[in-house]
Design a protein around this ligand. Sequence first.
Ligand code: PFF
Length: 450
Amino acid sequence: MTDQRFIHSQWSSRLAFILAASGSAIGLGNIWKFPYLAGDNGGGAFVMIYLLCVAAIGIPIMIAETLLGRCGRRSPINTMRALADEAKASRIWGYVGWLGVVSGFLILSYYSVIAGWSMAYIFKIGGGFLSHASSEVAQQVFLDLKAAPDVQVIWHTAFMAATLFIVSRGVSDGIERATRIMMPGLFVMLILLDGYALSSEGFGQGVSFLFKPDFARLSGESVLTAMGQAFFSLGLGMGSIMMYGSYLPVQVSISRATLAVASADTLVALLAGIAIFPVVFANHLAPTLGPGLIFETLPIAFGQMPAGRLFGTVFFILVFFAALTSAIALIEPTIAFLSENLGFNRTRASVWSGIACWFIGLGTVFSFNAWAEVSWFGKNFFELVDFLTADIMLPLGGILMALFAGWIMERTLTEAELGRNRAYPLWRILVRYVAPVAVAVIFLRAIGVL
Ligand code: PFF
């Protein structure tokens, strides 16, 4: 298998991998979704379960996925095929790679539309259009945006172009350089926003809303929600971490690097909650659920506060950065596949996959207006793509990767990759038994069996 190794590139250092993989993990899932899920599911109790899921399911699968990538050194499809050949297993395992490539591609199609909203908000708040806006006005601004396909298409196009521009420049000059600039920027902005929240009078209330354990509000369903969120937030089961793992130099410890990534992802989710809720409570607003929290409630809050225009703008730049570094990870497996199997150079691969993904994204744009009434299985286009990817393809991909690393690959090979240490037997138990069973539960719930 050595003949084709390093056909793409390699990260220049361990830090480069950590920044890129954290960039993939930290995204809309952390800043928008985690805070409201935590608030809605018993605060601290949910956070505890979430942390447990990250540790027992997320990290073992992340290690497995990175390991598969580093052993295969190709796009997820070719990596899975090559590793299956090596293990004398069926080539059917190649479909696990396909599952990843396709789901990353589909997720990006809608991710780009939502990220486009955040770009629009940088200008809405920065331009002062929401300063001192009443709830009705802020609500109307969001409704107007969702009702306007042309405006959304412009932002969707801009976001997709930015993503593909970075990816087309390659692993070192594109992804590595972009994440090296954007990830520290993201952290600085988040700390700044946390400082701002700390100085607001809603700080205590916001933090207790997020962390105070309220086991009464924690249902069995919340546990499943926490597992699903851990999965999506760490960006697992999609081949992105596998792809990034394939660029990882051999001497870097996989377990330590992935631990750093998972910790950064969790920390950002918590810090985002700490930045958001105090601002909401300081303005006596309700922490409404779903997309409304950052696109409706938060702009009202920032509109009322001193220097709110500045900090509101910073907040949406932060969301944009987080989304962009995730988006490049979502499309990278497709680019690698097109260049490996069809001989495309990166520019050509980026242009074609960008156009195709952009086109599918139009379905999401129309889900909020022209196609709002069109539904399949009770879901509009956006909800359907989200359901298919996050609830079905992703857990399925995750289980299969864990099973492959735990049961199909030679123990000697995985042990050599991870290093013989005390943590190895624990990883093996988690990846062979605990993680697949737990993820199977999420999966069965998603398709309504449980
Ligand atoms: N982890 C990202 C988030 O929390 O928004 C979403 C994501 C990015 C999933 C990249 C998968 C991926 F490969």
